[in-house]
Design a protein around this ligand. Structure first.
Ligand code: HEM
Length: 338
């Protein structure tokens, strides 16, 4: 039997105790228990914000998984311990994989990549790193199946739409060169994981990312990313050509809640993007808040419905953002086992 396993749930425990969303006592905890054939238990905290857990149960989960693995307090940070755990425990796991693409078999790689990313990506750098994801994956075109999450971003840094992204690539380059010696990682996987990490670091949803993408070694076709001057119907059309609905366009645009566009705190991932869009601050002053592509969304009836929904319900935004993000980082990806 081939055991397929996405270890991404392991690292998510780390964040449960530090992410602001888990400090809310009103949010109920939930666990899943996976039984090893050997009888040992592994407990997963849900990665879904709507099913998130309180900080105290997160700590309990942390303790429990530490004692299951038996490597003490720093288990999640200790590469060697992780490799031993992967070697000894993972082949014993007897459940079906739960990744969308079970592209890479038994691996502790997600954990190792997250650990590397966490060393270099601070809250202040999170927005630039998240933007990289859209600029790599957002070139995808369903019609000719070109572009997508293939790491070609690193060959496209001189394009005008990618201005300012060199420094984000440089940050990840450190992680990549460190990992490539022992655990080679594709740019596509690294960017996908780093973006998810950036989101959770700023208090957004925890997003599991499947590994196994291959890199392209040439740039993607030009002119595939939507321009900021597009009107709402052209933006919808652009996203549709990449396989995304209007709802997903609105959810993904919520990424602009972090960074320098004035939608609340630049380092807090929450639903202020939608709340501020509804206020239309740009209409009454010379405010620099938002991009033209943000402003046009409120003028479109269908987009406005989703903006209202997300402004009222942050959990729904987190859930939809998570799902759209997973779809984004899988767009046009070339998988190792495909
Ligand atoms: C809807 C179409 C989109 C357009 C036209 C667009 C365009 C832009 C532009 C022009 C900027 C400003 C860059 C600068 O300050 O130099 C920006 C920032 C940003 N974009 Fe988008 N974007 C779009 C969708 C997305 C999506 C889907 C994501 C991620 C899922 C994303 C993530 C970001 C982030 C995080 C920033 C802030 C970067 C920073 O402040 O360092 N964008 N976007």
């Amino acid at each position: 039997m081939t055991t397929r396993f996405d270890s991404s749930f392991l690292f998510s425990f780390n964040h449960l105790s530090s992410s602001p969303q888990f400090k809310t006592p009103a949010i109920k905890g939930r666990r899943k228990i996976f039984r090893f054939k050997s009888g040992a238990k592994l407990i997963e905290a849900s990665s879904s914000p709507s099913l998130s857990t309180s900080s105290s149960s997160a700590r309990n989960i942390n303790n429990e998984i530490h004692s299951v693995n038996g490597f003490g307090d720093n288990v999640l940070y200790k590469r060697r311990a992780v490799i031993i755990a992967a070697t000894v425990l993972l082949p014993l796991i007897g459940f079906d994989g739960f990744g969308v693409h079970a592209a890479e078999s038994v691996t502790d790689k997600t954990l190792i990549i997250r650990e590397g990313v966490r060393k270099v990506v601070t809250k202040g750098k999170a927005a630039g790193v998240l933007r990289l994801v859209f600029h790599d994956a957002g070139t995808f075109d369903m019609n000719d199946k070109s572009g997508g999450m293939n790491g070609s971003m690193v060959y496209e840094l001189d394009r005008p739409e990618n201005a300012g992204l060199k420094k984000s690539v440089k940050i990840l380059e450190k992680v990549k060169s460190e990992l490539d010696g022992t655990e080679p990682v594709s740019w596509a996987d690294l960017i996908a994981v780093a973006g998810a990490e950036a989101v959770s670091l700023c208090g957004g949803p925890l997003i599991p990312v499947q590994l196994g993408r291959k890199d392209l070694t040439v740039p993607d076709p030009e002119g595939k990313l939507p321009e900021e001057t597009l009107n709402a119907s052209a933006l919808k059309q652009s996203f549709l050509s990449k396989g995304f609905s209007t709802q997903e366009l609105v959810a993904l645009s919520g990424a602009h809640t972090i960074g320098g566009k004035g939608f609340g705190s630049p380092t807090v991932f929450d639903n202020s993007y939608y709340k501020i869009l509804l206020e239309k601050p740009w209409a009454s002053s010379a405010s620099m808040i938002g991009l033209p592509s943000d402003h046009v969304l409120v003028e479109d009836e269908e987009c406005l419905r989703w903006i209202n929904t997300y402004a009222d319900d942050q959990r729904k935004f987190f859930e939809d953002f998570k799902n759209a993000y997973i779809k984004l980082v899988n767009s046009g990806a070339m998988w190792k086992d495909a």
